[in-house]
Design a protein around this ligand. Structure first.
Ligand SMILES: Nc1ncnc2c1ncn2[C@@H]1O[C@H](COP(=O)(O)OP(=O)(O)OP(=O)(O)O)[C@@H](O)[C@H]1O
Ligand SMILES: [Mg+2]
Length: 1004
């Protein structure tokens, strides 16, 4: 029940009327129309009054207002019913359909377009390209179908001259994935004839007024519609329709849908051929029938891509099979004209059906597998020609009005009859509401043997001369007593009926007088086989595809085709069956006046429509009835989470009890009734409130499930991590163990190895054991060192100490430290063997005098003094003194320096043998070791080691520095000593430099 709208606009839902009377209903409808409220509800049925003006109520903001809302939440609107159908489809996985009914010009087609626009606007939030494509096709198809299937009539400038039922298929997410259009009986007689004030199908005028010059020239047609007999009448009609602009829009739409330019051109060719056909006239010369404008035939031949002769023959002759022979039988001029008209109508009808077929090819659901994509549901939209009464009503109007009877019957079945029957069946107290059941009229038309269609078919089947009058006589004979049928013969005083021509039917929507003229022909719908063959044999493949039955040879055509009436009846029956199995939503359209005025509300006209549409009965049933019903188990299944008694399962004796308990708990007891198998809910508000509560609970359930599931996931993850950790630990342990085992294996026999395992390659340790490996290597090195030195004598120990000291002081700073060889220390003896005796003498003398314990080092040297004097000397370093001796004078000791006076040593980083002894009294001694054997031997390392070893044993510090140039102090004067390499030098040589001395050493 719609609220949210002030009462100044009347009651938005007729169910809310204080008094359910026709007067009140009309007053409310009028008030709403005048206030610009064109939509109202009767429960879930939308009543729409054609506003005949553009309304600003279909925009994006309106869509947003209705999207996902319940019916009663917003003022009545088509969007609300579209949303309800969409929601029902999505929520309950049910196929739904929206049936739009009302008379011609009441606004059905417009309504169907708004509904489709709404569905397109609310679907595909993810903008999937494929879905967008389908939506675009569905929307674009309207424009093409209207061009070829709509025409201006006296009642409606854009009257649908065909019935249209469109299925839109949705995937499980609710996005449109395709569709299918079914078309019903096109009023093809309009191709050759229109009543005064009417036009033929829009397509003809669009081509003439909008087609480019070159196209018209190639089709041999001119712009003026009045030049063509078939549309001459319509060509004189003034209208506000913009055919030129429409032509372009349709051409664009056809392109978007996927018609090739060849196909579109063929469609234009068919339109042009039709126009040319209309201008063909036949004459007689003796007993020969002639075509009076042969040049037109050649144009038709060209347009149909066939020989002119073939066209001519098909128009003038008929091939007849006489059993054994096949002969060409010439038409009379009248037969030829009949054939021409039949051809024009049939070609247009085929064109229309072919267009629908091509659109269906494009929009049909492709690659859908229900097992993968879920159930594919459907919303059907039915927009079919409305009930109509013309000046002259013929076979087409009869069919159209029969169709409306069928739909009214469906409405009655679903809304009025079934509903009331259901209440009785379920044992709900119910006071029957009377309504007019139009089944009797449906039967009048379609009943077997007695119905009008049957009589018509029988008449057509008769051999011999069959006329429309014979058919009328048949009707009069069979239906004389029927209360809804009459004719002049049955009511001789009724002057509105013509003898032998008219019959009248009392339709649910009013009385209609039909003229039987043309009924037989239209029902037989004969098209000579020659034309089918002509078109099939065209070299244009589109014609071939349109006329497959032209393939049959004349002798093969035997079976009588179904009549137009039977075909139409069958299609209506299947349409109604299709609608009946879906959940229906109704839009009942009302036409407020006949002059297309936005202001005029013609009371009588509207009252008539309200009456025949059964709207008042609808209100009564609705008011007395229930908005919603559901079997107990299904109801529980949907709402059981609302109540603690029913969630997750109830323990009451029956589902009915459980539903009662649930509804009592919610406080809805007064608004429901309990049937034998179903629960009935009176107002939609209760249902929506149930839905709200359900949505609330579903959220919680979802949260709960999410919680449980998240917990499960987290626990699984945790278990995995723990397992991982255990594996990791075990693996780590394994790696450590295998490393230790491997080290063990490799170093097992290290004691017996010659090099005590120095050559053994260490295995690569796992990352965690890198520091352990360092420590292990250290231990091994220490053990190895210990093994090496443990067997040494004191002398060797001293030597090792000296070497270690050298290594510590000079490692990395000088190239050759002489560590590899044995250090002898006292070299003078070895270097000068011939002087050994005098050396021993001098050294013994000095030992006695100075009481030294041992010789640390001795060697021949070249020295420079502070007088720049270069002299060769011998150096003897004992544990107490440093002696300089003259080798020229049997090593006579010269000056000595007590070792406690020596503070440090300086050497250069090069290969030279320069060494400076720094003294406390700044009388540094600068010497270069020389006279060595072998000559390339370096003794600097040994000298430094011997001195350091001694100083260390005396716990004194000796400063050793490696630098170049070397800074020293000679007799208190600071100077530098630079080492230079000279290629041609044979001996090291001191010379005076700028700020000290230069030692030139031989280079190589
Ligand atoms: N909602 C609307 N807003 C504005 N104009 C409308 C609306 N509905 C209908 N009309 C006007 O009424 C005209 C007729 O409407 P429509 O073609 O939908 O009628 P119909 O019921 O389909 O008739 P038919 O049975 O002849 O096809 C439209 O061309 C348009 O001018
Ligand atoms: Mg229409």
């Amino acid at each position: 029940m719609a609220e949210h709208e002030s009462l100044e606009f009347g009651k938005a839902d007729f169910v809310l009327l204080d008094n359910v009377s026709l007067e009140d209903f009309m007053a409310n409808l009028k008030l709403r129309f005048e206030k610009g409220r064109i939509y109202s509800y009767i429960g879930e049925v939308v009543v729409s009054v054609n506003p005949y003006r553009a309304m600003n109520i279909y925009g994006r903001d309106a869509v947003e207002q209705y999207r996902g809302r319940e019916l009663y939440e917003r003022p009545p609107h088509l969007f609300a019913i579209a949303d309800a159908a969409y929601k029902a489809m999505k929520r309950r996985n049910k196929d739904t359909c929206i049936v739009i009914s009302g008379e011609s010009g009441a606004g059905k087609t417009e309504a169907s377009k708004y509904i489709m626009q709404y569905i397109a606007a609310i679907t595909n939030p993810n903008q999937r390209a494929e879905v967008e494509r389908v939506k675009n096709m569905l929307l674009k198809s309207n424009c093409v179908l209207e061009a070829f299937g709509n025409a201006k009539t006296n009642r409606n400038d854009n009257s649908s001259r065909f019935g249209k039922y469109m299925d839109i298929n949705f995937d499980f997410k609710g996005d449109p994935i395709g569709g299918h259009i079914s078309n019903y009986l096109l009023e093809k007689s309009r191709v050759i004839f229109q009543q005064d004030g009417e036009r033929s199908f829009h397509s003809f005028y669009q081509l003439l007024r909008g087609g480019p010059e070159s196209l018209l020239r190639s089709l041999h047609i001119q712009k003026d519609p009045k030049a063509y007999a078939y549309i001459k009448v319509g060509g004189q009609v003034k209208s506000s329709i913009n055919d030129g602009a429409d032509f372009k829009a349709v051409a664009d739409a056809m392109k978007v849908i996927g018609f090739t330019s060849e196909e579109t051109l063929t469609a234009y060719k068919i339109l042009a051929t039709t126009l040319h056909l209309g201008n063909l006239t036949f004459g007689v010369d003796g007993d020969v029938t002639l075509i009076q404008s042969p040049e037109t035939v050649s144009v038709i031949g060209e347009l149909l891509s066939t020989q002119q002769g073939n066209v001519e023959k098909a128009l003038l002759f008929r091939t007849v099979s006489t059993g054994r022979d096949v002969i060409d039988k010439q038409h009379t001029a009248q037969e030829a004209s009949y054939g021409r008209d039949a051809l024009a109508k049939a070609m247009y009808e085929r064109l229309f059906c072919w267009i629908v077929g091509r659109i269906n090819d494009v929009i049909e659901v492709k690659n859908y597998d229900a097992r993968v994509h879920g159930k594919n549901t459907v919303i059907g939209v039915l927009d079919i020609y409305g009930f109509e009464i013309f000046q002259n009503n013929s076979f087409e109007q009869f069919c159209i009005n029969y169709c409306n009877e069928k739909l009214q019957q469906l409405f009655i079945q679903l809304v009025l009859k079934q509903e009331q029957e259901e209440y009785q069946r379920e044992g709900i107290p119910w006071k029957h509401i009377d309504y007019f059941n139009n089944q009797i009229i449906v039967d009048l038309v379609e009943q077997q043997h007695k119905g009008i269609f049957s009589v018509l078919d029988e008449a057509c089947m008769n051999v011999g001369k069959v006329t429309d009058e014979v058919f009328l006589q048949g009707l009069n004979g069979k239906l004389a007593k029927h209360v809804h049928y009459t004719s002049r013969k049955l009511s001789p005083t009724d002057k509105s009926l013509e003898f032998d021509r008219d019959f009248r039917i009392k339709h649910y929507a009013g009385n209609v007088v039909y003229s039987v003229v043309g009924f037989i022909d239209k029902n037989k719908d004969t098209l000579f086989q020659d034309f089918k063959r002509l078109l099939y044999n065209s070299s244009n493949p589109v014609f071939q595809a349109m006329w497959p039955e032209g393939k049959l040879r004349i002798t093969e055509v035997t079976k009588r085709p179904l009549t137009a009436a039977t075909l139409f009846k069958n299609s209506m029956i299947s349409l109604v069956e299709n609608l009946a199995c879906k959940e229906p939503y109704y839009v009942r359209c009302i036409k407020p006046n006949d002059v297309k005025s936005p202001l005029l509300f013609e009371q009588e006209r509207c009252r008539h429509q309200v009456e025949y549409l059964g709207l008042l009965e609808n209100v009564r049933v609705r008011r007395a009835g229930f908005a919603y019903r559901q079997t107990y188990p299904r109801f529980l299944q949907r709402y059981k989470m609302i109540s603690e008694f029913t969630w997750p399962n109830h323990d009451l004796p029956s589902d009915q009890e459980a539903v009662k308990r649930l509804l009592q708990g919610c406080g809805f007891h007064h608004d429901v009734a309990y049937g034998k198998t179903k629960v009935f809910i009176r107002t939609p508000r209760t249902l929506f409130s149930l839905e709200d509560q359900r949505a609330d609970m579903v959220q919680r359930i979802v949260l709960f499930l999410q919680k449980v599931w998240r917990g499960t996931l987290a626990r699984t993850r945790c278990r995995r991590m723990r397992a991982g950790l255990v594996i990791l630990r075990a693996y780590r342990r394994y790696k450590v163990k295998s490393y230790v085992r491997e080290v063990n294996r490799r170093f097992k026999n290290v004691r017996t190895m010659k090099d005590h395992g120095r050559h053994v390659k260490w295995p690569t340790p796992p990352k965690v054991l890198r520091r352990f490996e360092e420590a292990l290597k250290n231990i091994h090195s220490r053990w190895w060192a210990w093994t090496l030195i443990k067997g040494l004598n004191p002398e060797e120990v001293l030597q090792v100490r000296a070497k270690v000291a050298t290594l510590e002081a000079l490692r990395g700073q000088r190239a050759d430290l002489g560590l590899q060889r044995a250090w002898e220390g006292n070299y003078l003896k070895r270097d000068s063997p011939d002087m050994a005796s005098s050396l021993a003498l001098v050294s013994g003398e000095l030992q006695r005098k100075d009481k030294f314990m041992r010789v640390l080092f001795s060697c021949n040297v070249r020295k420079i003094n502070h007088f720049h004097k270069v002299e060769d000397r011998a150096l003897l370093i004992t544990d107490r003194h440093l002696y300089k001796m003259d080798p020229q004078k049997q090593y006579k000791p010269m000056k000595s320096i007590p070792l406690y006076n020596v503070t440090g040593l300086s050497v250069s980083p090069g290969k030279d043998q320069l060494v400076v002894f720094h003294t406390k009294d700044s009388r540094d001694l600068v010497v270069c070791l020389q006279g060595m054997l072998p000559p390339a031997e370096s003794r600097i390392g040994e000298l430094v080691g011997a001195m350091l070893g001694h100083f260390k044993s005396e716990k004194r510090k000796l400063q050793v520095s490696v630098s170049t140039p070397i800074q020293c102090s000679m007799n208190g004067r600071k100077c530098t000593i630079v080492v230079e390499t000279k290629i041609n030098q044979s001996q090291p040589e001191f010379t005076k430099g700028r700020s000290g001395y230069v030692l030139s050493v031989p280079g190589n």
